[in-house]
Design a protein. Structure first.
Length: 172
């Protein structure tokens, strides 16, 4: 009888606990992106530009702290008054990485309401978040990020889901 009651309680509590853990992970990623965006704006306020990406384009390598090198180390820009981040953001709660890059993008990005915005060869600064285990989790995180941090687009590569958050875009 006692075992049956414990089993029933576990069946009721376990899904709630799992949801709470996932909500905590989502909140952490949103907070990380907001901190990165704030650091980028501080860099911009000091130098008039966005941080250089160590390799100045998307590259999943880690040789430049996943693009965050110049958030932490002087890059020769006039007015640099960092570090703007104490350390690179590191690993996401799902085992992926945050990657900062600057480039030009062409395609469609989405605003906080999910409205599509066409962009064509538009300069931008982006944080890509990789390693989501499934599309549902990625999409839930994406909705929260767009509500609090800005524009984004999502994708899948080799069975791994990612979000690219536009923290600055020319003309927007």
């Amino acid at each position: 009888m006692v075992i049956a009651i414990i089993s029933i309680l576990a069946a009721i509590i376990a899904p709630s606990a799992f949801k709470a853990v996932e909500k905590g992970k989502v909140a952490r990623v949103v907070a990380d992106v907001r901190a990165i965006k704030a650091a980028g704006y501080a860099y911009y306020a000091d130098t008039g530009d966005w941080p250089k990406a160590g390799q100045d384009s998307y590259d999943p390598g880690s040789g430049d702290d996943y693009g965050f090198l110049y958030f932490m180390k002087a890059d020769g820009s006039t007015g640099w008054n960092g570090p703007y981040l104490e350390k690179a953001p590191g690993v996401t709660p799902w085992g992926g990485h945050y990657r900062y890059w600057k480039s030009r993008i062409t395609g469609t990005v989405y605003d906080a309401a999910g409205n599509p915005i066409a962009v064509d060869n538009t300069r931008c600064a982006v944080v890509t978040i990789s390693g989501f285990p499934d599309q549902g989790i990625r999409d839930a995180v994406d909705r929260r990020i767009r509500e609090s941090a800005g524009y984004s687009y999502v994708g899948e590569e080799n069975g791994t889901y990612y979000i690219s958050v536009i923290i600055w875009m020319e003309e927007l």
